[in-house]
Design a protein around this ligand. Structure first.
Ligand code: B1M
Length: 180
């Protein structure tokens, strides 16, 4: 079953990500490829887990922040992480600050990823980091932020460990952070 993921779907979705970065593919083509991968993973992942097979590089908890229902970019990041052998717990969109903190505490991910598409909701990324510090959890997890209005400067300002410009960059960043 792993070969179906690693030699099939993962290769395909990575190729689509590359073509998109190079300007060859348009967003609908990338999104279509992401949807295909997500549908396949929905079938294959439970079966893999049931077999006790784990090829996980690490556990990532991801979601779009409170008040923000944009989830297309976050789902692309999720799929690219899955394609690169991360275990991903996707909390969805409009995730409350308290839920992020509670889930970090309960699921103990190596990486927390927060997406925000609105200038009015991006402050939520900083607020969650502040709450992680308050709950003594900040040192237990690397924090990645992303979404159209966010920048690496913003990531530094709020005390995140890094900023992902796009889904491919987010995977590269996760790899780097876990190597450190
Ligand atoms: Co809305 N929206 N929207 N919208 N929407 C934007 C973001 C906006 C820029 C449009 C505009 O005015 N030009 C604008 C925000 C302006 C601002 O904040 N200054 C806006 C607005 C205003 C709104 C509403 C308030 C509109 C209204 O109701 N008056 C409303 C907000 C609702 C809410 O959230 N509370 C709203 C609603 C919606 C729809 C529901 C219609 C729909 C979302 C559907 C969905 O997601 N299920 C929608 C859409 C589609 C957009 C645009 C057109 C496209 C967003 C998108 O999916 N992009 C957007 C305009 C735009 O971005 N140009 C817009 C494609 C996606 C692949 O890119 O999400 O940037 P992106 O993700 C990228 C990177 O950013 C990065 O990787 C991804 C893949 O490369 N990335 C990460 C993202 N998250 C990451 C996390 C990481 C790392 C990288 O690590 C954790």
């Amino acid at each position: 079953m792993l070969i179906v993921i690693e030699a099939g779907f993962s290769v395909g979705v990575r190729a689509a990500g590359k073509l998109w970065e190079e300007g060859e593919y348009f967003l609908p083509e990338l999104a279509f490829s992401a949807e295909a991968m997500k549908s396949a993973m929905a079938v294959l992942q439970p079966a893999l887990l049931a077999q006790g097979v784990s090829n996980s590089k690490g556990r990532v908890l991801i979601g779009t922040v409170q008040g923000d229902i944009h989830d297309i970019g976050k789902s692309l990041v999720t799929t690219m992480l899955l394609a690169n052998n991360y275990e991903v717990i996707d909390l969805g969109a409009n995730v409350s600050h308290d839920t992020f903190v509670a889930e970090v505490k309960a699921r103990k991910p190596q990486i927390l990823g927060m997406s925000a598409l609105l200038t009015t909701t991006m402050s939520g990324q900083g607020e969650v980091i502040r709450l992680l510090v308050e709950h003594g959890l900040r040192d237990s997890v690397k924090v990645i932020v992303g979404g159209a209005p966010t920048t690496s400067g913003w990531a530094t300002e709020i005390g995140a460990d890094g900023h992902g410009e796009n889904a491919v960059a987010a995977v590269a960043l996760a790899n780097r952070l876990l190597e450190d």
